[in-house]
Ligand binder design. Structure first.
Ligand SMILES: [Zn+2]
Length: 734
């Protein structure tokens, strides 16, 4: 497919096509529908009719798992504030198509769509794109933001209001705003208040400069036909010029550099509520980077390039659009690190629980390879080992440093690959083990720049602070959680010399074990709540849905009654630790319907706890959509155990949480067979669970512990309809 200039009509039609062909990955709405904004002007539609111009917003993410990951990073791509600058709209649409249409075949795009929320407005200034004009009905949208601007001259345009509402509603970490007329990647500052004798650098200069450099590097020139040079990357005040009311400085600083932010009092469209330009501490602190795509605002058609040029840099198919699609992909990737590790010589996707490769001896080497995405400098990468998910990760290999995918000569097309050895500890008992790689990356982003900068503050952007351990931010349930180290998915290996069946339960003491350094973060900063069952006849996976409340501290389990074949006993197990480095398994509560009792009936009170839990915490009736609410976090838990005469499968939820913030968790619902037969009543367990590890049970699927892929997730939640709920979902119009 050859890229071309778009019109309002063709752009809208293409967005609609993408949203309707892959509703699992994309949804389309408008700023008018989402935020009640007015419309600016009249636009022509694809069918020849005319109607009020709509400011379209396309949201790209894996929607089936979205409700369960509250800190999935959010990125905004703006195609055009100035409608006569034509490369941006074509690029934003091409990027959307690239992400969505390659989801099934391109592992990189699949990961980005699975692990990011990418909001795209190809025609941010809709009437401007329609009329091929810079302004919106006579007003320049890129002077229309309340930063270094007078109250009467901001939020006059629908374009600026659309962007304002998007920032207010979401928690944007990185924003790319396309323009044209020169070639530049330009970042803060770009206002008169940090101009001339004042430093042009911002407190976030380290991350801004590094990210801009990688965007420039991967973008290249777009091939010889464009006559481009490589993008220069500097501050706007160095490279472009200062403006009053620009989007970039506003988008970066309106939540914290408040001396230059004033509430807008526009007179257009009947005014704009003052509360809409007062900002929370979290809403407006995105790295908002200006791209000047091309010397000509409207380059000739033969320089746009084609899809075949995106990964074929400098080929005949390269051009303005492929170069800026690459630039956008660099930005989207760099928002969050991801360690991809595999056993050398094996498929990259080997998961714990499905051990691959020859068994190794205790003390022997498991040869590993890994790539660190979303990172420039890998400061320390170390193989780690553990007995199983109930044990702490311990370092079991040499620490290395080197380039991430974006460092040195590495690129996403030829990524730098590390090689190392995970050595299962000498003395390890035979059986299944887990290995992984933990990496510390780009910690300099959260430090102040070495050169002069202003104001004299620590870095303020979510992007920079997301590399700082312990940083958290929240805007309407959209979250950022900072980490300085990142763990790969766990890989299963078999250690020779013992029984081939997994051994009995792990360490006798689940108490926090000799803890590794608190900065090391052994849990992936994401939430993978899913459900599966080994007893599909009695409790099918499709009947179960796990969800984490927006506060990240409450877990709910829903069971779809109609999918239950028979009354079922459900065992709930919680594992937690204070620092995330280790956790022990404790049985917190049992929630069940005794065998032989109709599933619709309310279970007898003794089924749901030992008195320590109120019915508010364990709401009844539990069917048809029960919610087991463990509110208040897991920091102060005790444990309770109730078991009823069950003659079949029990099911455990395992939740790992840490700290008061409890920003990260993953859960597992899995089947265990009950060794206690028909024992009834309240029963306290010793620290070590009496029941064997779930994988021992006959008939259980060796399904991974923890899960490293999410194949069951989507299926389980799709059936319950759970994914359609919650504040994270943009309600699509189409
Ligand atoms: Zn412009």
């Amino acid at each position: 497919m050859v890229y071309a200039d778009i019109t309002y009509a063709s752009g809208a039609a293409e967005m609609l096509r993408l949203a309707t062909t892959r509703p699992d990955l994309a949804s389309l709405s408008t700023a008018q529908a989402l935020y009640g904004l007015p419309t600016a002007g009249t636009c022509r539609n694809a069918d020849g009719s005319s109607s009020a111009c709509q400011n379209y917003i396309l949201e790209i993410t894996n929607r089936s798992s979205l409700a369960h990951e509250l800190d999935r990073p959010e990125i905004f791509i703006s195609g055009a504030l100035h409608g006569d600058e034509r490369i941006g709209p074509s690029t934003a649409l091409a990027l959307s198509r690239w992400l969505i249409e390659r989801y099934d075949t391109d592992p990189w795009m699949r990961r980005l769509v699975d692990q990011r929320i990418i909001l795209v407005m190809p025609m941010t200034n809709a009437i401007g794109v329609e009329q091929r004009r810079r302004d919106e009905l006579g007003i320049d949208p890129n002077r229309d933001f309340p930063y270094d601007q007078v109250p009467s001259a901001c939020m006059q345009t629908v374009t600026a209001r659309s962007i304002n509402e998007l920032y207010r509603a979401r928690l944007l970490q990185l924003v790319v705003t396309f323009h044209g007329g020169m070639q530049a990647i330009a970042y803060n500052w770009g206002s008169f208040n940090y101009y001339q004798s004042k430093p042009h650098r911002s407190p976030d200069d380290v991350s801004q400069r590094q990210v801009a450099e990688q965007m420039s590097k991967f973008a290249g020139t777009g091939g010889s036909r464009t006559r481009n040079t490589k993008y220069l990357f500097k501050t706007m005040n160095d490279l472009v010029y200062p403006v009053h009311g620009g989007m970039e400085d506003w988008g970066y600083a309106a939540s914290w550099d408040r001396a230059f932010v004033r509430t807008c009092e526009p007179r257009t469209y009947g005014g704009y509520e003052a509360a809409r330009t007062t900002y929370s501490d979290a809403a407006v602190r995105a790295f908002t980077v200006l791209i000047e795509t091309s010397d000509l605002k409207a380059p000739t058609a033969d320089t746009y390039g084609a899809e075949a040029g995106v990964y074929n840099i400098n080929s005949d198919a390269d051009g303005h659009v492929p170069r800026n699609v690459r630039l956008s992909l660099a930005a989207i990737d760099l928002v969050r690190p991801h360690v991809a590790a595999w056993r050398e010589g094996e498929a990259t996707a080997a998961a714990a629980g499905s051990e691959v490769g020859a068994p190794v001896s205790a003390g022997g080497c498991v040869p590993l390879q890994w790539i660190v995405w979303g990172a420039i400098q890998v400061e320390a990468a170390t193989p780690v080992c553990r007995r199983d998910a109930t044990a702490a990760w311990i370092e079991c290999g040499d620490t290395q440093s080197g380039p991430g995918v974006w460092g040195g000569d590495s690129t996403p097309l030829t990524p730098h690959t590390f090689r190392g050895c995970a050595r299962v500890p000498v003395g390890a008992v035979g059986g299944a083990y887990q290995v992984a790689v933990r990496a510390k990356v780009d910690t300099a982003w959260s430090r102040r720049p070495a050169e002069a900068f202003a104001p004299l503050m620590d870095p303020q952007s979510h992007l920079a602070l997301s590399r700082k351990e312990g940083y958290t931010a929240d805007n309407h349930g959209h979250k950022v959680s900072g980490h300085s180290s990142w763990l790969s998915a766990a890989l299963g290996v078999m250690v020779a010399g013992g029984s081939t069946t997994p051994p009995p339960s792990p360490s006798p003491s689940p108490a926090p074990s000799p803890s590794p350094a608190p900065t090391a973060h052994p849990i992936q900063p994401r939430i993978d709540l899913f459900a599966f069952s080994s007893d599909e006849a009695r409790l099918p996976s499709s009947a179960l849905a796990l969800a984490l409340a927006p506060d990240g501290r409450s877990l709910s389990l829903r069971v779809s009654l109609g999918r239950l074949a028979a009354a079922t006993c459900v065992l709930v197990t919680i594992a937690a630790s204070a620092d995330g480095s280790s956790f022990g398994t404790r049985v917190l509560a049992l929630w069940l319907v005794p065998a032989g009792v109709p599933a619709t009936s309310v279970p007898p009170p003794e089924c749901v706890g030992d008195g320590a839990f109120s019915t508010a915490e364990l709401p009844l009736p539990v069917f048809p959509s029960a919610s087991l609410s463990l509110s208040g976090g897991f920091s102060g838990w005790g444990w309770r155990f109730v078991r009823f005469g069950n003659d079949g499968a029990t099911f455990a939820i395992v939740v790992i949480s840490f700290g008061a913030a409890c920003a990260v968790a993953w859960g597992l619902l899995r089947a265990v067979s009950d060794p206690h037969g028909s024992k009834r009543g309240l029963q306290r367990l010793p620290d070590a669970p009496e029941y064997p590890e779930p994988a021992d049970s006959p008939g259980s699927q060796a399904g991974g512990y923890p899960p490293t892929s999410e194949p069951t997730t989507a299926a389980a939640h799709r059936d319950t309809g759970l994914e359609a709920e919650g504040p994270r979902q943009m309600k699509p119009l189409w």
